[in-house]
Design a protein around this ligand. Structure first.
Ligand code: PEP
Length: 256
């Protein structure tokens, strides 16, 4: 079995003015300085990316953008930000296909695929989000939905692209609701996702894929989630906004 280095990523969504973002990032830095067991990532808003990335230079915290354009060349696309522009200001990762973008901004699987391709072309790693709604889970279609989102989002990607893809399974009913999937529920879907990669690519590709869980991850439930065989980290929203609580999640191994 390959060693999969866990990833603990904080999605700050549309929170924090520049000064607050810098303060949180600087407060986090010493709290996670010894966290060699995982990749630590934070995703501030676009306007804070460069300053936060600059202030974290040389630290073990990577910076992610929360979205990128489907476009790969400069042009008349008012309001869009291209993946190469994110890389230019210090982002190393980009979150693609978050359920808030799918639901509120009508992002389709085709757009998600185009964003993944744009991000990879710009040398960014992608955190590709998938996840079913409560209605879909209740109807018994959760795996079908996640399978469809995966095959849609991965369109055009070859096995050689996969080392810069990280999947985040985020059941929509668990995001920002305080209702976490049980470790067993999450494990079941993560194992399914890994099978999708095995069938689409190969067993080694599937074994190497990092699959994060997201949905009301907190300091008191991270250890249970991380104890599951196919859970390789977390994408954290609300609990990533404070340096202390996010650091506790990053340092889940110490039981701190
Ligand atoms: C998220 O925004 O990706 C998320 C999982 O949010 P929360 O942790 O607040 O549920």
């Amino acid at each position: 079995m390959p060693m999969r280095k866990p990833v603990i990523a904080g999605n700050w969504k549309m929170y924090k003015l520049l000064g607050e973002a810098v303060d949180t990032a600087l407060a986090l830095k010493p709290l996670v300085a010894n966290a060699n067991h995982c990749e630590v990532v934070i995703a501030p808003v676009f306007t804070a990316l460069k300053t936060v990335a600059d202030r974290l230079e040389g630290s073990n915290i990577g910076v992610a953008a929360q979205n990128c354009s489907t476009e790969t060349a400069e042009g008349a696309h008012t309001g869009e930000v291209m993946a190469t522009m994110l890389r230019d200001v210090g982002a190393k990762y980009v979150i693609v296909g978050h359920s808030e973008r799918r639901q509120i901004y009508s992002e389709t699987d085709a757009m998600v695929a185009a964003k993944c391709q744009a991000a990879l072309a710009a040398n960014l790693s992608v955190i590709l989000c998938v996840g079913e709604t409560l209605e879909q889970r209740d109807q018994g279609t959760a795996e079908a939905v996640v399978g469809r989102q995966l095959s849609g989002g991965l369109t055009g990607l070859t096995a050689s692209d996969l080392d810069r893809i990280i999947v985040a399974y985020e059941p929509v009913w668990a995001i920002g609701t305080g209702r976490t999937a049980t470790p067993e529920q999450a494990q079941e879907m993560h194992a399914f996702i890994r099978r999708v990669f095995a069938e689409r690519y190969s067993n080694p590709s599937a074994d190497a894929m990092r699959i994060l869980y997201g949905g009301s991850v907190k300091p008191d439930n991270i250890a249970g989630l991380m104890s599951q065989a196919d859970i390789d980290g977390a994408l954290v929203g609300g609990a990533s906004l404070q340096a202390e609580s996010f650091a506790k999640i990053v340092n889940y191994k110490n039981g701190e």
